[in-house]
Design a protein around this ligand. Sequence first.
Ligand code: ATP
Ligand code: MG
Length: 407
Amino acid sequence: MKGNIVSLDIGSSKICCMIGRRGPDNEMDVIGVGEVDCKGLKGGVVVNIEETVNSITKAVETAETMTGDVVRSVYVNIKGEHVESFNRSGAINISRSNKEILPEDVDLVLESAKAIQIAPDREIIHTIPQLYIVDKQRGVPDPIGMEGSHLGVEVHVVTVSTASLNNIIKCINRAGFEIEKVVFGLLAASLLIVTQAEKELGVAFVDIGGQTVDLAIFLEGNIRFTKELLIGGDYIIRDIAYGLRTSLSEAKKLKEKYGIAMTSLVDVDEEIEFLSIDGRIKRKISLLHLSEIIQPRVEEILVMIEEEIKKSGYSHLIPSGIIFTGGSAFLKGIDLAAEQIFDMPVRIGIPQDVGGIVDIVSNPRYATGVGLLKYAQNKENSRFINPRFRQSFSFFKKIKRWMEEML
Ligand SMILES: Nc1ncnc2c1ncn2[C@@H]1O[C@H](COP(=O)(O)OP(=O)(O)OP(=O)(O)O)[C@@H](O)[C@H]1O
Ligand SMILES: [Mg+2]
């Protein structure tokens, strides 16, 4: 029995450790969660190593207590404005007399697509195949076993700043853990939220977190575009705190308990109480007034996302619409506000198809943590296919390749 899988979502507002157990039929049960508020990051990037290390330690300890595991290594996410991605292609000639394409040829063509000049302070973390081209035939999902003299590939490459990557690695190592893989969080979250049908037809997937918005566009089954924006739900908290002259913690409570994205959605205009900045005087605010503070920022965030989708050139190619996830997707009415702005279908994405403590993790704020467990499971499944079978049966090679393509 393989050990449990551990994920660490290092976010701008929280650090969340999850422990996942593989079931006998390859299902995934989330059996432990540890979550700690963290002020060690800004905009998804580590700015205070000590604070981040302490929060990682606490989050992991809490999850360990739930399951009795001793965590040694983790799958961790990376995010922030420094994450960049682009599409590239690679090609090789098959010069053997037998022109059957082998797994080694696929490795070579992927390497050729990676052979690109990137700035010395950046690193590639993912090279995701989009489609293969065998001779002149485009759109081949799996070329292994086909005959051809020329093999091409189109890939989506995700790069990150080396310094930001090293700071995450440093924090996790200092907390006493090894890293299995650093993963672009949105890619992991998409595994349990965006359906294959939506990816085929074309869809935008957006994680609105505390201080960042991550956007990905999927088309013909694959990720084609990503963009990170420095804005998020914490800006709404600040607006409420300034507007009502109250503390950030009181503003957070007001937003999460009573906040409504659009004034037109406030049906009963009740009054609610909150504490003044010194915590001594109780004041009142109406739900309508609270929503008046929230709405402009929600609109700003949604319009920024809309502009990025337009700039990407894919806006007319996403008939499946937009899926929102991340903690801020929980704001009441944000989907309706988005429908008005985007004029396309909008849904809130919650991690699906996991077992265990489902009541806790079926929540958009855990999209990345649970997605990382799924990513890890896919990756480890491909690794655990017996190498002897890999030599003997092209069927297994195909499964392995197919699984790796998703990573
Ligand atoms: N019930 C709720 N209603 C409205 N907003 C909520 C609710 N629950 C959480 N949020 C907001 O979600 C945001 C945090 O989201 P999330 O936990 O996804 O962030 P994060 O992963 O730590 O940050 P990031 O991904 O930006 O680095 C906060 O602004 C929080 O106020
Ligand atoms: Mg997040």
